[in-house]
Design a protein. Structure first.
Length: 201
């Protein structure tokens, strides 16, 4: 394990991850060993994870957050995103978190973006794909984009349903299944209040 220098450079770490991923793609034995130590996949994410673990961090976002802390910088939007999505406990909290992310990334709130979408050319609202493309062209991607698509076309039922509703649908064909009550108990104690995976009855 190699320690981070006192003044680490995030761009340099990103370059190292890209170079490691390229070397693994070219079947370099050492690069493949480094990546396989953390993942069976040969992706940039796996290379980033390998770099993070080699510096003693559990994940790339944790490495990135530490680098930014040492630089005295505010956490970037991606670091905030990783922390925010993990903290959301309900769809309402997720919506609020996405709205904060949108504001931080674009300087405009949900209401302002909804007005921009309404004022844009009608073909941008013809379907989700068209709106997503228009938003991407405006620099809105990821969770912030998903929020604006939901605002325009409606939130998906699974997202706004509570745990009991989801479990009832999941076990609709097996109303007396013991796993149903277990799922409800698990959902009430879980962070997301979402049902457990289906169990055979």
């Amino acid at each position: 394990m190699s320690a981070l220098p006192g003044r680490p450079d995030l761009d340099q770490l990103r370059r190292q991850a890209r170079e490691l991923a390229r070397a693994a793609a070219a079947n370099d034995d050492q690069a493949l060993r480094r990546i396989r130590a953390v993942s069976q996949k040969q992706t940039l994410s796996a290379a980033q994870l390998a770099i993070a673990r080699e510096h003693g961090f559990a994940s790339w976002p944790k490495l990135r957050a530490e680098v930014l802390r040492r630089q005295g910088a505010e956490p970037d939007a991606d670091t905030q995103a990783d922390a925010g999505i993990a903290a959301a406990k309900s769809w309402q909290e997720m919506r609020e978190w996405c709205a904060r992310l949108l504001q931080a990334r674009t300087g405009q709130d949900v209401l302002a973006w909804n007005e921009r979408i309404a004022a844009a050319a009608p073909q941008n609202r013809a379907g989700e794909a068209a709106l997503r493309q228009w938003l991407s062209d405006q620099g809105v991607t990821g969770y912030a984009q998903a929020l604006l698509v939901w605002e325009t076309f409606g939130y998906p039922g699974f997202l706004v349903a509570d745990a009991d509703e989801l479990i009832d649908k999941q076990y609709a064909d097996r109303p007396h299944c013991p796993a149903r009550s277990l799922s409800r108990r698990a959902a009430r104690s879980s962070r997301w209040s979402r049902p457990a995976a289906p169990s055979p009855c």
